[in-house]
Write a protein that binds this ligand. Structure first.
Ligand code: T46
Length: 137
């Protein structure tokens, strides 16, 4: 069963252009601890808006702040931790079984999500009490 200790910030390679043309980062098989089946992104989130508010039963995810910043508050049913994502070359691995809330989106923030499976509403816990019951079985 996943807990907060299974979450980690993973560095993404960053190639700085020798002629000052900016940076290039890439994500490939050996960087992410699961096989990617789906990619989606959150954008135009108002600064007082929040996303998440659920957990996944089986889905593993990797979140990258491609632009701007936001906070990810994670909760394994026993303890909570806040990660601030604000660099396109650092990502947060969230395994299944973790409740998350996302808030404090900066202007222009883009959250890229790499996911281990296709979208499936039945994979969600959207009710916190049910999530807690599941975690404490
Ligand atoms: C998470 C954070 C980082 C689809 O139809 N297809 C999709 O691939 C996704 C992800 C969502 N949807 C539909 C389902 C809902 O009706 O879009 C609506 C919003 O989805 P969700 O409640 O998952 O949105 P967020 O932004 O609260 O959460 C999303 C991820 O789903 C979630 O796992 O961790 O981004």
């Amino acid at each position: 069963m996943s807990n907060i200790k299974n979450l980690k910030i993973i560095s993404i390679p960053k190639i700085s252009d020798p002629e000052g043309r900016g940076n290039l980062s890439f994500v490939e098989k050996n960087i992410i601890p699961f096989k990617i089946k789906r990619v989606y992104y959150l954008y135009d989130v108002p600064s007082d808006g929040s996303r998440g508010g659920h957990a996944h039963k089986k889905l593993n995810q990797f979140l990258i702040a491609l632009s701007g910043s936001f906070d990810v508050i994670v909760d394994d049913g026993s303890s909570k931790k806040t990660f601030t994502l604000n660099k396109p070359n650092k990502g947060l691995f969230i395994p299944n079984g973790i409740w998350r809330e996302m808030e404090n989106f900066s202007a222009g923030a883009i959250c890229l999500v790499l996911a281990s499976d296709y979208f499936d509403e039945s994979d969600y816990f959207r009710d916190y009490k049910r999530f807690i019951q599941f975690k404490h079985i």
